[in-house]
Design a protein around this ligand. Structure first.
Ligand SMILES: [Zn+2]
Length: 453
């Protein structure tokens, strides 16, 4: 019976492709780890588990990443511990000792493992199984920081601390238990977040690692605690025509930051507001009062590599289901796993990408929507001529669902309004009246009190 799984889900923020120098893992240290932990492959529940094959120089291999993360924990310098609202002193041991005290056996699950929640789980611990942690194939997409975070998270589950269903965020409304009740619950999300806060606060840690840890902590604060800490509340990210980015909670609006260029493309990426800078080719996530360092990932690289004049024509990025699409004035690129689809746009004059049910759509400057079935990604049927034009133009520049069927949108004049169930514009929203807007993103969760920890 696999009903009680403490699974950690894959974070899109850390499913990155990175190209760097491969460092082969040290054979002596590998031996030492294998002497301390039992590392096996779950070939068959009834059969004899096999030892995993490890290529110590394949830095994309899942076993490599696991061993590398264990070594990373072991090599950590003394982390800064500053007990306050962000550091509840949940982890009283050094991170490596905490992990080694909780885990004795590490089991690699195979691709067909049903315990890996249809590929959504990165890792899990089974109640009553003792000091055993299971690693799922999806965790092979993790970077070093995320893999280390997985080890700390799962270690906590060995003591229990089950998750509950999420009432907001990416995992709301699905049957996966991806949230802790609160930060103060001191569960697996709590301890991994405190671990990341300590990394972020430690000056001897590499700056990129500290920023990554900070991003992970903020994203987890926003998404994985049902009782949002530090005043985290629901709202919309708003983009004004003059480039001001704000947060609107349904009642009041507050300014968060100003875009370098008013047409910079703003998207939500792994629950963080991310800006594609048209003028300098940067891709940065907004954490609180400051921007993160450059974001990794496929589209950040695609964007950076564009010629400056093409980059100025960037229109939108859309993460839809497992695929991601990238739109410029004359070109659409979609990636879904290994399938890359690209088309030149000759007829459609795009202003944005829209997801309509399971379909991908482009909105033309004249308001008409052109849709295509993402099933055609990677096939010759993915062509401009295969897009279906809607019967009538849309009087909407941006439209989000606020609550169940209640929608908020921006009409073609930049006025933010309530919208009806079928998408017809209603009354303007008083708090946002008199100002021209270009984009709404959300609903999302935010708090100005997520201070610079
Ligand atoms: Zn968990």
């Amino acid at each position: 019976m696999l009903s009680v799984l403490f699974a950690l889900f894959v974070s899109a923020a850390h499913a990155e492709d990175t190209a760097s120098q491969v460092v082969c893992l040290d054979a002596t240290r590998l031996q030492k780890i294998n002497a301390q932990f039992k590392v096996i492959i779950n070939t068959d529940p009834q059969g004899v588990p096999a030892v995993p094959a490890l290529d110590p120089c394949d830095d994309q291999g899942i076993a490599y990443k696991l061993y590398q993360a264990i070594m990373f924990l072991e090599d950590l310098p003394a982390l800064t511990i500053r007990p306050d609202a962000y550091d509840l002193n949940m982890m009283t041991e050094l991170p490596y000792k905490f992990f080694a005290d909780h885990v004795e056996t590490i089991v690699f699950e195979l691709a067909d493992s049903n315990a890996c929640s249809d590929g959504n789980a990165a890792a899990f611990v089974r109640r009553g199984e003792g000091k055993v942690m299971h690693i799922c194939p999806a965790s092979s997409a993790s970077d070093l920081l995320y893999m280390a975070t997985i080890l700390i998270h799962e270690s906590r589950h060995v003591d229990g601390f089950p998750h509950q269903l999420c009432d907001h965020g990416r995992w709301a409304g699905v049957m996966f238990r991806g949230c802790d009740p609160s930060y103060e619950f001191k569960g697996a999300y709590g301890i991994e977040t405190e671990f990341n806060i300590r990394l972020a606060r430690t000056e001897t840690i590499a700056p990129e690692m500290r920023e990554g840890a900070r991003g992970l902590a903020v994203a987890t604060f926003l998404e994985n605690f049902n009782q949002g800490p530090f005043g985290v509340r629901k709202g919309l990210i708003t983009q004004r025509a003059d480039g001001d980015i704000g947060f609107f909670d349904g009642q009041i609006t507050e300014s968060l930051f100003k875009l370098p260029h008013p047409n910079d493309v703003v998207v939500m990426r792994a629950n963080l507001t991310t800006v594609y800078g048209l003028s300098d080719g940067s891709v940065k996530s907004y954490l609180n009062s400051t921007f993160n360092v450059e974001t990794g990932g496929l589209y950040a690289k695609t964007f950076r590599d564009l010629a400056p004049e093409t980059r100025q024509d960037m229109r939108d990025v859309l993460y839809v289901k497992s695929a991601s699409c990238f739109l410029t004035a004359k070109h659409l690129r979609c990636d879904d796993g290994p399938k890359t689809s690209e088309i030149d746009l000759l007829t459609i004059r795009p202003i944005r990408l829209v997801q309509i049910a399971d379909y991908l759509a482009i909105q033309d400057v004249d308001g008409y929507i052109y849709t295509i079935n993402p099933a055609s990604f990677g096939t010759p049927a993915f062509a401009e001529s295969a897009f279906t034009r809607a019967a009538a133009p849309l009087n909407t520049l941006s439209l989000v669902t606020w609550e169940k069927t209640a929608k908020i949108g921006i009409d073609n004049n930049g006025v933010v309004r309530h919208y009806g169930v079928t998408g017809q514009p209603g009354e303007p929203i008083p708090a946002l009246a008199g100002t021209q807007y270009t984009k709404l993103i959300g609903p999302t969760w935010w708090s100005a009190h997520l201070a610079d920890f």
